[in-house]
Design a protein around this ligand. Structure first.
Ligand code: NAP
Length: 429
């Protein structure tokens, strides 16, 4: 056992950072035994130094994060500030000054993961980020290491707890979107500005990270197709129920059937109640992985919160410290496959389309013709009349997103189609 401690700089001491510091203190003996050396909190960088931080020695607190990472005696930098800058510069500076890095920063990794990995490799250091996707759930390491000998074909997950809480509320209580969002805000599940969550930005960053690791290919945030969930209505849930489905905001990363390309997307989708992801309730996260040899795997747990996220950060800290002691580094970026990322139009899936149409003879035939002309085959049609108007719900067989888009454009031009009430993809069948 080495007695000289490994020195850790903590950048950020908010929701996650404060829990990281707490666990480092309360579990110090176990961490020492598991790593093979003590770990010492050598400095804590924050924005507001005067804020009272329970359990943190005020002498360790600084507003000069740059000076902290440049000290030269830091073994591991834990970055839990978030955002692009100054986090990016601090991480690269940390590598330049000999430290390995543990980060929870999905936004930065989805945007600049390749450059950060390159910097880590150049300096012979580790970059670990288990906490960046799905909080406490072990996912990055299983994909990077446990499944490294398998071929992953699809990763489909609920990776944002706020949106799952809202959709679950709508499903179980019949509430509308705004009502469910208000409750999520009141209970602290949604931020005052919920845009990053409800518009799918947060999930898209995670999808980029997951797709990159799963397919050994660089996938950036901008490569991910994204649709938010603010348009989902109580009527969509009623329609989903009639089909034996529920609605979830899903991050879906897929290898094309011919293996020659990949796609990554985030959007609301109907999934059958029999699918394991349908039973993920409240703010929980889950990721369903399909691979050649292992088959189907499901990873489930709390996807956010200070303590669960700190669990993932501490796991990385132990791994990185062990590497430092053995003079090794863990797996870096694996992007050798370099598969092209296809646009959304190439995605093939099923669709649920709800149309408001005139309630008169021949409408159904007209609508069916438009689908046929665009090569989209219809699975089921349900029609409900009301005062000269009718709603027509069409569920398709598998078709490309480009064909479906063409179909919908043509449907909008029909005199008998008053409007397209909703279009939703149907996944997991
Ligand atoms: N919260 C979660 O449940 C969760 C889950 C998974 C991943 N994450 C990720 O974890 C990271 C941190 O999230 P969080 O929720 O802990 O954020 P947070 O509560 O807002 O904490 C951010 C911390 O960074 C400090 N900070 C901000 N700008 C700084 C600067 N320029 N220099 C030094 N320190 C600075 C803040 O200082 P002050 O304390 O002085 O304001 C604060 O301590 C983010 O990347 C986030 O995406 C969070």
């Amino acid at each position: 056992m080495r007695t000289r401690p490994l020195k850790v700089a903590l950048l950020g001491c908010g929701v996650v950072g404060s829990e990281v510091a707490r666990i480092m203190t309360t579990h110090a003996d176990d961490l020492t035994a598991r790593i093979g050396a003590p770990v010492e909190l050598a400095g804590v960088a924050v924005r507001r130094p005067s804020r009272v931080r329970e359990g943190i020695d005020p002498a360790l607190v600084t507003t000069d994060a740059t000076a902290l990472v440049k000290r030269g005696d830091i073994d591991v930098v834990i970055e839990v500030i978030g955002g692009i800058e100054p986090a990016r510069t601090l991480i690269t500076t940390a590598f330049e000054h000999g430290a390995s890095v543990v980060s929870a920063n999905k936004a930065l990794l989805a945007q600049d993961g390749a450059a950060l990995h390159a910097a880590a490799e150049e300096h012979g250091r580790d970059l670990y980020y288990e906490a960046a996707v799905a909080g406490a759930i072990p996912l990055i390491r299983p994909l990077r290491e446990s499944l490294a000998g398998d071929k992953i074909n699809r990763v489909m997950g609920i990776v944002n707890g706020t949106t799952n809480f809202i959709l679950d509320k709508m499903d179980t209580t019949g509430a509308g979107y705004q009502e469910a969002l208000d409750e999520a805000t009141a209970l602290g599940y949604a931020e005052a500005d919920p845009t990053a969550d409800v518009e799918g930005f947060d999930a898209a960053a995670k999808a980029a990270i997951l797709a990159g690791i799963a397919f050994h290919t660089r996938v950036r945030f901008d490569d991910v197709y994204r649709e938010g969930m603010a348009e989902v209505t109580a009527a969509d849930f009623a329609s989903a129920k009639e089909m034996g489905c529920t609605i979830k905001l899903l991050a879906i990363c897929e290898r094309a059937a011919d293996g020659g390309s990949v796609t990554a997307r985030v959007h609301p989708a109907m999934i059958p109640l029999s699918h394991p992801l349908a039973s993920v309730r409240g703010a929980y996260n889950a990721v369903f992985v399909e691979s050649d040899a292992a088959g189907q795997l499901m990873f489930y747990g709390p996807g956010a919160g200070g303590s669960p996220t700190a669990s993932a950060v501490l796991g990385d800290l132990v791994a990185v410290c062990r590497n430092r002691l053995s003079g090794a580094t863990g797996p870096g970026e694996s992007a050798y496959a370099a598969l092209p990322v296809s646009p959304m139009g190439d995605v093939v899936t099923r669709y649920h389309i709800s149309l408001d149409v005139a309630d008169k003879p021949g409408v159904l035939a007209q609508v069916a013709t438009v689908f046929a002309e665009h090569g989209v085959s219809i699975d089921t049609v349900r029609q409900q009349g009301k005062d000269g108007e009718a709603s027509l719900v069409v569920v398709t067989h598998r078709a490309s997103d480009a064909s479906l888009t063409g179909t919908v454009e043509a449907l909008r031009k029909l005199d008998t189609v008053r409007g397209v009430a909703s279009i939703m993809r149907v996944e997991g069948e």
